[in-house]
Design a protein around this ligand. Structure first.
Ligand code: TEU
Ligand code: CA
Length: 529
């Protein structure tokens, strides 16, 4: 049986920023329910819902205080049940975010754990007498001293996100029980937050890819979703091709697929995302080609809530915004794997620069800024990095229409809107037959209708660096996809003849011999020799 996610497209919702229903300026579950018609029109098969669990919100919900309760700002468990049920009526499944590398320090397990060294929950977390060199992804040491018991606890992320100790079988069982609670509710999958870190060996300074990681995943698979038609996608920042093969090998019974981030470091100099460089698009091509040629199934994405908007980052968010957005969509959605769309990507939302740290909400950016100031860096340099790479870029509220606050809220939005919402919004896109939205809609339909996209082989086509071209081949059928990655014209030629035009962001091509591609032009066609 083919699993449901093989010819599906997943839409990621950042709940805080999607649609507010009660005027408190924060997106919520009722808001999402009110937009299901829109998502059905787009045609997506599933929603990946970023965390909506009870949380003090130090990292916008990735710090969970109760895995089995909904945070008040998002609604109630009844709202969530309703979302699952209503979404089903719109042919949309729900994939939940699973954050089990850490909890909030306000989770009852941690409240117990920090009480005394003898507490039964002590060992649910990682406590040591002395810190080592491990650092937090959000700046500074990964160890926090706790006065009550005079030891340090590990936090690979914020201080308010203590790391769970997966070596403890009791903890693991609690996590599996919790996962089964959600599975029994009728959800269709889990996106697993920094799952590569659960096998950490802090004393050896190993965070990702620890020696027991795959063992834990196999156990989890057995104890929870293993026998179900269920999507599991692991967030694995450091996965090499060899690692990815392990995670997704059906014989190993671990995950359906992983998010790998090799292309994500193209615009940075060294290990830090904040040290900027101009991305080399030839490298982008090489990375995509490597993963397409070597991994049986990829997850395909440009954006998520942690990374900047793709057109601002790798394309053009000015003159050629629409062409670039469609080009990136066509390039990605015709590859082999499961495509993910991050809310707002389908209307070409752009990065949203800020002028002062006071306008920055994200904990990662804020911590980096204040740590940078202490190290003597200038405000200008730090803001330049934040404007290029900061996580708020993708987290500004969804732009629905050109009325006040873009129709996102009637109150004061929790995070500023991008002022370009007057031009860039859902309403304008729906009214324009040539909008980015309809390119996405068409790509999703293609994914549903053509076995080529699921089963076809991928073959890179040699071109100049500014063009990415590939073939998909199934039986005696062949598709050619051609993308101009730049705003300059580019020449392309091929021996093939066009049999059928499939999709394009300019008028359809009729020949492939010695053509001059327009800025960010992209098209796909069925070809014959
Ligand atoms: O992200 C994991 C992660 O490694 C990121 O924090 C990454 O380092 C950073 O965002 C790059 O900009 C996941 C979630 O997607 C993220 O939102 C959470 O903050 C993080 O885990 C902790 O749960
Ligand atoms: Ca609200």
């Amino acid at each position: 049986m083919t699993p449901w996610w093989k010819n599906a497209v997943v839409y990621q919702i950042y709940p805080k920023s999607f649609q507010d229903s009660n005027g408190d300026g924060i997106g919520d579950l009722k808001g999402i329910i009110s937009r299901l018609d829109y998502l059905e029109k787009l045609g997506v098969d599933a929603i990946w819902l970023c965390p909506i669990y009870k949380s003090p919100g130090a990292d916008n919900g990735y710090d969970i205080a109760d895995y089995e309760a909904i945070d008040e700002q998002f609604g109630t468990m009844a709202d969530l049940d309703k979302l699952i049920q209503k979404a089903r009526q719109h042919h949309i499944r729900i994939v939940m975010d699973l954050v089990v590398n850490h909890t909030s320090d306000e989770h009852k397990w941690f409240i117990e754990s920090r009480k005394s060294r003898e507490n039964p929950y002590r060992d649910f977390y990682v406590w040591r007498d002395k810190p080592n060199k491990l650092t937090s992804a959000f700046s500074g040491s990964a160890w926090q001293y706790d006065e009550a018991t005079k030891q340090y606890y590990l936090h690979l992320f914020a201080k308010k996100q203590p790391d769970l100790n997966w070596k403890n079988p009791k903890l693991r069982q609690k996590i599996y029980d919790m996962m089964n609670f959600w599975i029994d509710k009728g959800i269709a999958g889990f996106r697993m937050d920094v799952i590569e870190c659960i096998g950490k060996e802090p004393d050896q300074e190993i965070t990702a890819n620890g020696p027991h990681l795959h063992e834990y995943l196999q156990e989890m698979n057995r104890e929870t979703f293993g026998k179900k038609d269920f999507l599991t996608v692991g967030e694995t920042w450091s996965a090499s091709l060899a690692d990815a093969k392990k995670y997704i090998d059906p014989k190993r019974h671990e995950l359906s697929m992983v998010f790998q981030f090799e292309a994500n470091s193209l615009d940075q100099v060294g290990a830090s995302k904040w040290d900027l460089k101009k991305p080399d698009l030839a490298e982008l091509k090489a990375i995509l080609t490597k993963w397409q040629e070597n991994l049986a199934w990829n997850s395909l994405f440009w954006e998520n809530h942690d990374i900047p908007r793709v057109i601002s980052r790798f394309g053009d968010d000015g003159k050629y915004r629409v062409e670039a957005a469609k080009m990136f969509a066509i390039m990605l959605h015709l590859l082999k794997g499961t495509p993910y769309i991050f809310n707002g990507e389908e209307i070409g939302m752009t990065n949203c620069p800020v002028e002062s740290i006071d306008d920055v909400n994200d904990i990662e950016s804020r911590n980096m800024y204040f740590a940078g100031l202490e190290k003597g860096k200038s405000k200008e340099e730090l803001l330049r990095s934040i404007n290029a790479k900061g996580r708020d870029n993708a987290r500004t509220p969804m732009q629905w229409d050109d009325t006040a606050n873009a129709g996102f809220t009637t109150g004061k939005p929790w995070l500023h809107l991008n002022p370009n919402y007057r031009e860039i919004n859902v309403k304008a896109c729906l009214a324009d037959k040539n909008s980015i939205f309809y390119t996405y809609q068409q790509l999703i339909k293609m994914r549903h209708n053509y076995p080529m996209l699921v089963d076809g082989d991928f073959k890179a086509v040699a071109t100049s660096d500014n063009i990415f071209a590939y073939e998909r081949v199934l039986g005696d059928e062949k598709w050619l996809v051609v993308c101009n990655l730049t705003k300059e014209e580019a020449t392309f030629t091929s021996e093939y003849k066009i049999q059928n035009a499939l999709i394009s962001n300019y008028p359809a091509r009729t020949t492939l011999q010695d053509i001059t591609l327009k800025p960010f032009e992209a098209f796909a066609c069925q070809v014959t020799c």
